[in-house]
Write a protein that binds this ligand. Structure first.
Ligand code: SF4
Length: 254
């Protein structure tokens, strides 16, 4: 087996192996830019089902974004009550909508970001209340194919355990660190797949508690594995699954 040692080598090996394991993901946007932005804001510490419920109730109650912007604050808080912090998120949503309306001269669309340079788009989005690097990166990568990398808790945990991200690097700082490792080699499609695969890997195999290392195809160069189980032998590697078995282990999430 080829020795994989440097952070860049490990990050690229992780990408290549998980791409094989989960299969390449088509890079179609999963939802409109406005929905990606507002839904991701609503999703903080909230289940996917409750996030969707809040989003649907909000638009049902007020009709459209103009209606949400003009809604009495208490009514908007009530509409998104299934989210974790409705009283915090409701005024944020209205401020975000106000800024988008002002930027676009009245339309509620983020399509203008397609023509903006990546750095300007990122700065504009992260200047809005409640919009951090992860949310802004999701919108810019998923919807506009800009060369950025969203890092959530799953991607962060896998990168630290395998050993291509330092143990003290925060999730926020990891955005720039991992992008610097990967962007010389990966285009937006590659970054999208890296994000998606490591998100799945953290959610389905490299659990926060008790990672399922026997099922993991990264064990051959994972620091955590070596510390807990020793060097992976050729017999162990040969017995490791090479592909996600949806029939046995279930369908992957969205
Ligand atoms: S070997 Fe274990 S700790 Fe390392 S990435 Fe795989 S599941 Fe996570």
């Amino acid at each position: 087996m080829t020795l994989v040692q440097s952070a860049v080598e490990k990050a690229l090996a992780d990408h290549a192996i998980l791409n094989e394991f989960f299969g390449p993901v088509p890079t179609a946007a999963r939802r409109t830019p406005m929905r990606e932005l507002i839904s991701t804001l609503l999703s903080h510490r909230t289940t996917h089902a409750d996030e969707e419920l809040a989003y649907d109730r909000m638009l049902e109650a007020f009709g459209d974004w103009e209606g949400v912007l003009a809604a009495p604050l208490d009514d908007l808080i009530h509409a998104i009550r299934t989210t974790r912090w409705p009283a915090t998120q409701a005024p944020r949503i209205q401020e975000i909508l106000g800024r988008i309306k002002a930027e676009t001269g009245g339309s509620f669309s983020l399509d203008f970001l397609a023509d903006w340079p990546t750095e300007r788009s990122m700065a504009w989005l992260t200047d809005m209340p409640g919009i951090g690097l992860k949310t802004a990166s999701l919108v810019l990568l998923f919807n506009f194919r800009k060369p950025v990398l969203p890092v959530d808790a799953h991607v962060h945990r896998v990168a630290q355990r395998v050993g291509f991200l330092g143990p003290k690097v925060s999730v926020e700082k990891a955005h720039a660190v991992l992008l610097a490792l990967l962007s010389p080699k990966l285009d937006p499609e590659g970054l999208f797949n890296f994000h998606k695969h490591n998100y799945w890997h953290g959610q389905q195999i490299c659990f926060f508690q008790r990672p399922n290392c026997p099922r993991c195809p990264l064990k051959g160069f994972c620091d955590y594995y070596r510390e807990h189980y020793g060097e992976a032998t050729s017999e162990v590697l040969a017995a490791t699954p090479t592909h996600w078995d949806a029939a046995a282990w279930g369908k992957l999430p969205h």
